[in-house]
Design a protein around this ligand. Sequence first.
Ligand code: ARG
Length: 425
Amino acid sequence: MPTDSASGTVALAFSGGLDTTVCVSLLKDEYGYDEVIGVTVDVGQPDYEFAEAEETAEALGVEQYVVDATADFADRCLQAVKANADYQGYPLGTALARPVIAKAILDVAEEQGCSGVAHGCTGKGNDQLRFESVWRDSDLDVIAPVRELGLTREWENEYAKEKGLPVEGGNGGRYSIDTNLWSRSIEGSELEDPSTIPEDDIYKWTENPSGKDAELVEIAFEAGEAVAVDGDHLGTVALIERLNEQAGAHGIGRTDMMEDRMLGLKVRENYEHPAATVLLTAHEALEGLVLTQEERSFKAQVDQQWSQKAYEGLVDAPLVSALEAFIDETNERATGTVTVKLEGGHCRPVSRESEYAVYSESAASFDEEDVTGGITQQDATGVAKYHGFQSRLANRILADAKQEAPVTDGGQAAGDESGSTSSEE
Ligand code: ARG
């Protein structure tokens, strides 16, 4: 809540968009801060977003700090690949970025001796929770003007006009867009109606899947982490950028979905995430080769729990480090290469190789009689006899019991009467 007593400096998560621009003014006028510093954290947004933020900060007379967190964020993306992570089909770009951004802002706030930290998130979304779970671990005041003052975009536009705040330009304001290395999210406007078919122009990373020739891409993994594309060893950021471009050209990685937010609201979301789709597809294919059947089925549960915590922005939860111990140990064997085919908006694995393959060609082959462990086809006869034994037995017993059951004829009324007679006996 606004207090007149607040003073000193507040560090604001600053993008230069409408929300944060309005927040700068409100933090001074409504909350009584002497100074607002803007912190913009680089997690792979496009260049024009930084130019816009810088320009707006200058126009507002706000001192702006830009922190490069791309490498840290890219590492989290690759950890998400090890966990085959998605939330209801969304590869978690925004969710994974928020704790990284929150931490970077907190560091600046502490270095600069701020008394508070602020964000421009609404009270309806997930981001407020993800930011604050990091910030509330400090002694700084946490301010959320948009939520606390119940602001709407319409009110913000009016207020900005009145105050002469620089809010022109940007993405035109039609959609609310959040872009980072891992995904681009497009929300709002007519897309809020789940029955509206999006215009093609909402997409910026992905081409409309057309007649483009199919393309093969080979991804090399070491201990579950992607290290090379088509033999080119690249740094994590460059590797993700390259796949965003390469797979985006085939229209790969579009998601149009209903998402259940943490507060329980169901919202329509659109995403683009070409690199994430390729890496998740390739990694899962590699795990299919190197993990045992029981590891794969248990890991699916571990991955689901990891994804849930990542969606919540609670990557520092003790549960997460325990889950990662399992994920990392199983992924020690996820070393090898997977080739995926990019074609017409889809990406599918077409080849996989690893020195840790839990696979014996001679044992599985239709052509050879084998060998591994000295097992022959005939050895399966006993297994085949037992297979389904319990179900067959249960079904037979059930069928017999039905046949033997007495046929009750007009039973209800007769039963009632016999009941009263028997009590007399
Ligand atoms: N719903 C997603 C999440 O909570 C993405 C939100 C992105 N925000 C935006 N303004 N487009 O992770």
